[in-house]
Design a protein around this ligand. Structure first.
Ligand code: ATP
Ligand code: MG
Length: 326
């Protein structure tokens, strides 16, 4: 079953995005799997237009540089002409109460209200746009973490309701749990996951960071004073995070990752070097792509054309079933 996955240009990509998502997509993708840069989703809270455009381009370059088939990659907003009408159909299929039950909205809007920043209607309706993303491409499986499972359930409910009310238009999608992958934590605060939208970059290893900067960040990673080189995530989360990164980059089991090291310092030196080597080819290919705008534009246009073609008939059927058109 083909799957659909996305990455939001809410900030520069980091090691967690790479090890936990993009590298896996490149290595374990099945024929028919699709990936997109969800730039429309990055507009639900404050953002800077210029930065949105450049981050979208950077993430597209990352996906392609990581070895994902460029024909399976697209940028969400390139499909706006189809997503707009489909989102409207689905908004008219979704009840207010159903949308209001989304826990991610409740959490995010509560946080905004606390900070006295406006809560955008787009933040409220974005799960419906996400349903449109999924239903337009007709992918059956959507691999998501716990935070997104409820949104896929909504897409599933809307597809069923639309099909049941108006006639068969959509593949009914299902949320699937992605295979367990490294959950990379913030090096400066191992109680949090490494995050694109982190306020403080000190503990975030960005894919495009220069080797020296990566080295400095790893050296300053928070550990503990127990001086015990063992994998004990609950007792020593900072150290465990470094071991997990080492294991993910070397392919060794995490429980053996500490073997042979005599100090945290020595371990950090090795972690820094393996991360630098892991990211080096990706960074180089991204730089090459970003330096060749015509090539990147060509990749982007082709991805958009293929994605548009995939959704065109389904959208037309849905619009007709919904009573639109002549
Ligand atoms: P944001 O702060 O905007 O939520 P993010 O870093 O969480 O950004 P997403 O765009 O939400 O990134 O997620 C893209 C992919 O990267 C998802 O598949 C997600 O599971 C994965 N991912 C994100 N952060 C990590 C992490 N720290 N470790 C492993 N995987 C991660
Ligand atoms: Mg996230």
């Amino acid at each position: 079953m083909p799957r659909l996955s996305a990455i939001t240009p809410s900030g520069p990509a980091h090691l967690g995005n790479y090890l936990g998502a993009v590298r896996r997509w490149a290595r374990e993708g099945r024929p028919g799997d699709l990936y997109f840069v969800s730039d429309l989703h990055a507009m639900t809270t404050f953002y800077d237009p210029q930065r949105l455009r450049s981050r979208t381009r950077d993430l597209l370059a990352l996906l392609v540089a990581s070895g994902i088939d460029p024909d399976r990659v697209f940028v969400q907003s390139d499909l706006l002409a189809q997503l707009g009408p489909l989102t409207w159909l689905l908004e008219c299929t979704c009840s207010f109460g159903e949308a209001a039950r989304m826990t991610q909205f409740k959490e995010k809007s509560a946080a905004r209200e606390l900070a006295e920043t406006p809560v955008r209607v787009g933040l409220f309706t974005y799960p419906v746009l996400m349903a449109a993303d999924i239903l337009l491409q007709g992918t059956a499986e959507v691999p998501v973490g716990d935070d997104q499972a409820q949104h896929v359930e909504l897409a599933r409910a809307l597809a069923r309701r639309f099909n049941g009310t108006f006639g068969e238009a959509f593949v009914v999608p299902v949320a699937v749990t992605p295979p367990a992958a490294a959950r990379v934590r913030d090096l400066a605060d191992p109680s949090r996951k490494m995050d694109k939208s982190a306020r403080d970059a000190a503990g975030v290893l960005y894919v495009m960071d220069a080797p020296d900067l990566l080295r400095r960040k790893v050296k300053r990673a928070v550990t503990d004073s127990l001086d015990r080189l063992e994998y004990r995530p609950d007792e020593q989360p900072g150290l465990a995070n470094l071991l997990e990164i080492l294991a993910a980059c070397t392919g060794k089991p995490v429980r053996e990752a500490a073997d042979g090291f005599s100090s945290y310092g020595e371990l950090k030196d090795t972690v820094a070097e393996v991360v630098i080597e892991e990211l080096r080819p990706v960074r180089e290919r991204i730089s090459a792509l970003l330096a060749d705008q015509p090539e990147l534009d060509r990749v982007r246009r082709r991805g958009a054309e293929l994605a548009t073609a995939r959704g065109a008939e389904r959208l037309e059927v849905a619009l007709r079933l919904a009573g639109l058109g002549r």
